[in-house]
Structures are given as structure tokens and as C-alpha cells.
Design a protein around this ligand. Sequence first.
Ligand code: COA
Length: 307
Amino acid sequence: MAGAAAEAEKSPFEKELLAGKVALITGGGSGICFEVARQFGLHGASVVLMGRRPDVLQTAAESLRKESIRVEHVEGDVRSADDATRAVEFVIESFGKIDILVNGAAGNFLSPAEGLSSNAFKTVIEIDTIGTFNMCKAAFPGLRRGGKGRDGADGEGGVIINISATLHYGATWYQSHASAAKAAVDSLTRSLSLEWGPDYGIRTAGIAPGPIANTVGMQKLGVLVSEEDGLKNIPLRRMGKTWDIAMAALFLASRAGSWISGETLVVDGGHWLSKPQAFPRDAVTQASRRVEKISREVGASDKGGNP
Ligand code: COA
């Protein structure tokens, strides 16, 4: 968390972008979602951080208050439907309503599939997938058009942002558990956008971050890769910053994203598309020209031409 503020950059968005909004951010005590909370707060939102570790939440909230951000925190485990309901009630008690839910709480670690116990697989599914569902379900009455603190039945509904991953686009070594969990999260993003958009006015979107520096995710998942090798797999040749994800979240949560629903935005510097360079540029250009020249010569000598 300490690194997050240091690496942050100036926002290109107006300071009032989220003025008057109230956001609940799971996993907001540290890492990516701490910066999401911070940027939401710096852009006018009141924020509530939810997580399992009271000391981490306390420290995070104190640090945000120093930046004049209106912030509260609530201890809870997204795996518990009761905790989810309690957290949403706390948000409404604290700030009168809920406009934005960011589902950032997640669990992951590297493990070959054959080394995972059933409980290990289930644990990650429970945190990522069931936790996301629990939070969406608990927030639904407040997020829906006409929910508590909203302006009557004609008002806008709220926004859900699910933090996902790119692991399951194709497949990722040693992360079968998290890949399955995040594939289900993306599916939920689409289903809720279909079901909760029309009658309730709720927008549901996702963000799939690539490798983000100074996060628990990088400590855990990048442990066997040198920074130099890691960068070779990122077409934009830099690590992500928590700020990159926070800017995407601001965009999706704000009016700028008001026609985006069901989509998961990849913010990864092109990482998931990365492939080793097939041939050097010069070689491919020369070879391609040579092939064209030969085929033109063959075509010219073939009087009948191709059928
Ligand atoms: N390899 C294989 N299995 C592992 C493991 C690893 N590295 N780490 C945990 N497990 C297994 C445990 O052995 C246990 O299975 P078992 O009961 O069959 O032995 C199961 O996973 C649950 O572990 P436990 O520590 O009891 O769960 P928890 O709820 O306390 O913690 C985790 C959940 C494991 C996901 C933990 O890493 C966590 O809390 N992570 C949150 C932060 C995080 O991971 N962020 C991800 C950023 S990408």
C-alpha cells in the first residue's frame, strides 16, 4: 500500500468525476483496490473499504483520511453472505446509499493442478466467484433504480465493477483454480448485465488487470520470473501500476462509461496477447517482397493466368 501512493500519477479526469457517489470496495485495504478506493475518493466519492484484516483496513483508512477522503471500513469475508449483507448495511448507515460496488477481494497462489486439494480449489472459487456473487446480491437492493437514497424510481441505478483476470483467455500454467474462478466471474458480469440492466438500471462491468507491480499478486505469481523476462511478455514493455487499474475503474464507474455493461476491460499493456516474435522484422519484410516478386514473375510467364 505504501508503494501505491508513491507510484501514482496525476489523474486526467476532473476532480468532481464521482462527486456525491458512494462506493463499497472489497479488498480495498491493499494493492490494486486500495488505489481504486483512493482515486474514487480523490474524485469526490465517499468510500468504504471491506476486508478480512482489521489492522490493514484501519491503516488504509487512516492514510486516505490524510488526503481528505471520506472513508469508513468494515471487516468481513466475502465468502459469507451474512458478512456481505452487513457490509452493505454499514455503507448505507454511514453514507445513506450505495452507488458503486467494486469486487476486488480475491485469492490465488501457484500450484500444479495435481497438487491442489479439493479444498484449495474450492477456497479460491469461494473467494472469487461466490464472494463476488454474495456482494452483488447483497448490494442489489441498494444499487437498483429506486434503491435506498436514490432519487425515486426514475433515477439511475448503480454500477458493479468486478476485478477479473486474463488467466482464462486460453489457459495459464499452475492457476487452474483462479482461471476457473475468474471465468465464472466474467460470466456473472455478463449475466447480471443482462438481468439487472433493463428493469433495475444496474450496469455491471469488469476489469482484467495484467501484471501489476508492488502487489501481493506479483509477489505470489511472479516469484519464479525475473523482471527482465517478465517485461519481454508485455508488448508495452512496462509493468502495470495500481494507478492504471484505478483509472480504468474511474472510467467505468463514471458517466463516461454509462453505455458499457457486460464487458470486461483488459488493462494489461497487451500482456495476454504476447507471443514470441516469429521472425526478425527485416527478414520478414525481405522474404515477403521476394515471394511477391516470384509470384508476379510466375504469373507473367503463365499466359493463361490462374483460373
Ligand atoms: N498451494 C497449494 N494449496 C494451497 C496453497 C498453495 N500455495 N495455499 C493454500 N493452499 C490450500 C490449503 O492447503 C488449504 O487446503 P487444505 O485444507 O486441503 O490443506 C486451502 O488451500 C485453503 O487454505 P487456507 O489457508 O485455509 O485458506 P484461507 O481462506 O486462509 O486463505 C488463500 C485463502 C489460500 C487464497 C490465501 O492465499 C489468501 O487469503 N489470499 C488472499 C490474498 C491473495 O491471494 N490475493 C491474490 C492476488 S492474485
